[in-house]
Design a protein around this ligand. Structure first.
Ligand SMILES: [Zn+2]
Length: 576
């Protein structure tokens, strides 16, 4: 662990915005100004900025485990950040808008570990042992209270409006309806995707309401969720209606989500049967609005689907399910055939199928697949995805080049057509040239369309990747069939290829894991130890945060060693 965390003190800048994109960009720029001078002034090297986008500091989402700040705080609390380091924030509200007690707990938790906190707006450095610490702490408590109060006021306003609307609906007050349809109560969570609220009332969506009913019918007819999703992907574009911006960008926009169908009745029960529940966190009140939505399914139908699902689960329990095989990812490094999974003495294993069916020159060989699943999940959950920005950038010059040529061709076509209309040139001369120009135009347009579609596809994959943030260590449990089935789909879109080789000795493997974003990892797998090379890591905070989290994602039952560059395979072989 020591080798991973920088041993010297650093300046750790924090930049958090909770509003939309445009504001976010300028907000970040503003917050990151003057960092270089600050670094000089404190004589500390600058760590990469911890950037939090669209994360509220009100309920503590910004210090959850997966956020850069959350990871940093955890590293601080475990004494992994060098004393004398300083966390830099624009003002107190960037660090927290939580309850004053929680905010000050957060602050003192950092200070007590010998790490300072600097607020740029009033040029305050709070550091254990400094003379003015009492005053600075009192000021901080006051500022935290202010920030919390402002957020609370905003919430109060939203709540009081929603509460009034909900009560009117329950009282059947005419002002809560327009021509018999309930008025949509917005800013309190989202409506289901089969509901249309575009005119301000709650109505069935003209396309998706029927789709929701069809999904219910198929599940009632005994279809599995996988089959339903396959059918949906072939027949309907996935809905994006009624999703918050954050969720819409997180969602896979090209395909229907597996988890939505797997949890069709458990997650959607209320909305399916027409009920909307509004919970007000300030008072703990809950409003149950029966008949708020048009009914997709009756309660009896919902129960029947759940019963069928439970029955299937029982019959499945002794089958094994692998998350890495059957998706054309896991390959034998020698013959290129797929590795297939099987259970052996209660353990999930895989073997080279080329060898197993004597289709390749391999002797059948294999290893413990659960270990590889563990490693892959650990990596994927914590992978800092090489975003679409770079990949889009690579395409942009090509797209712009094509657009220029297209413009030139179009201009020539206009010139030629004008000349023909003017009668200044005979159509017999210009005609063939005009045809060629038009062919060219079509060619450029087709190429542009394809390129644009490709960049679209790149973006969609990025949306998928974000979903790794929600994956919990529970999926490593072989009995979690449903969860594992969902994550398998995520594996398919996230991993490009895994190639496996045998080590020199028994029970050793060399594994190369390639992600869809082009980064790769190298793994040496031993009976009780894994050496992982993460050459995708650069920049102190990413490396630190990610490496830290690799250890903590779930309890390790093997020794994990992380290297920040390519593994020298030969030197490692001789080590063990
Ligand atoms: Zn093989």
């Amino acid at each position: 662990m020591d080798s991973i965390i920088p041993e010297t003190a650093h300046l750790f800048p924090l930049s958090r915005v909770s509003t939309d994109e445009q504001v976010a960009k300028s907000g970040h720029e503003r917050q990151q100004k003057g960092l270089k001078q600050l670094s000089k002034r404190f004589g500390l090297p600058l760590a990469p900025v911890m950037q939090l986008d669209g994360v509220s500091g009100f309920k503590g989402d910004h210090i959850k485990d997966k956020t850069p700040l959350g990871l940093f705080i955890r590293a601080v609390s475990e004494g992994l950040v060098a004393e004398g380091s300083i966390l830099v924030a624009d003002d107190h509200s960037r660090l927290s808008r939580m309850e004053p007690t929680e905010s000050s707990h957060l602050l003192t938790g950092i200070l007590i570990k010998g790490v300072g906190v600097y607020f740029a707006n009033d040029d305050t450095l709070i550091l254990k042992g400094e003379k003015n610490i009492q005053l600075a702490l009192m000021m901080a408590l006051w500022k935290f209270s202010e920030a919390h109060e402002a957020s609370k006021q905003k919430q109060r306003f939203t709540y009081s409006h929603a509460r009034g609307m909900a009560q009117k609906f329950i009282d059947n007050d005419g002002s809560a309806f327009v021509s018999g349809k309930p008025l949509a109560i917005k800013s309190m969570g989202t409506h289901p995707w089969w509901i249309d609220t575009s005119d301000g009332t709650v109505r069935a969506h003209k396309l998706y309401f029927a789709v929701a009913r069809e999904i219910t019918d198929k599940l009632l007819a005994g279809w599995g969720s996988y089959r339903v999703v396959g059918w949906l992907n072939e027949n309907h574009p996935p809905p994006t209606s009624n999703m918050t911006k954050a969720r819409a960008t997180k969602r896979d926009l090209k395909r229907w989500g597996q988890s939505m169908i797997t949890r069709w009745v458990s997650g959607g029960r209320d909305a399916l049967t027409g009920t909307r529940r509004l919970t007000f966190k300030d008072t703990g009140e809950e409003f149950v609005l029966d008949g708020y939505y048009p009914v997709v399914a009756t309660l009896a139908e919902v129960r029947r689907i759940q019963e069928q699902k439970d029955a299937r689960k029982g019959s499945q329990s002794n089958k094994h399910s692998s998350m890495l095989t059957g998706i054309n990812i896991l390959k034998c490094g020698y013959c290129g055939f797929a590795m297939t999974s099987f259970m052996h003495r209660g353990k999930l294993r895989c073997k080279c199928n080329g060898g197993a069916v004597s289709a390749s020159s391999c002797k059948s060989w294999g290893f413990n697949l659960s270990r590889l699943e563990d490693i892959c999940c650990r990596l994927l959950v914590n992978h800092v995805w090489n975003g679409d920005a770079e990949r889009m950038d690579a395409e942009i010059p090509v797209i712009n080049g094509l657009r220029n040529e297209l413009d030139i061709v179009k201009a020539r076509i206009v010139e030629a057509e004008t000349a023909i209309v003017d009668g200044s040139l005979a159509i017999s001369i210009l005609g063939p040239a005009l045809e060629r120009l038009k062919d060219k135009q079509q060619g450029f347009e087709a190429e542009l369309k394809e390129l644009n579609a490709q960049s679209g596809a790149a973006r969609l994959a990025v949306d998928d990747w974000e979903r790794w943030e929600e994956v919990s260590p529970k999926i490593l449990d072989l009995n979690e069939h449903d969860l594992r089935a969902e994550v398998k789909e995520l594996m398919r879109v996230s991993l490009a290829e895994i190639r496996c080789y045998r080590g020199v000795k028994e029970r050793q493997q060399r594994i190369e894991i390639k992600m869809r974003d082009g980064t790769s990892y190298q793994v040496w797998n031993y009976a009780n130890k894994v050496v992982l090379s993460d050459n995708a890591l650069d920049g102190a905070i990413d490396f630190q945060a990610k490496a830290y989290h690799l250890f903590h994602w779930t309890e390790l039952d093997y020794v994990l060693e992380i290297k920040d560059k390519d593994i020298d395979w030969d030197s490692i072989v001789s080590d063990y």
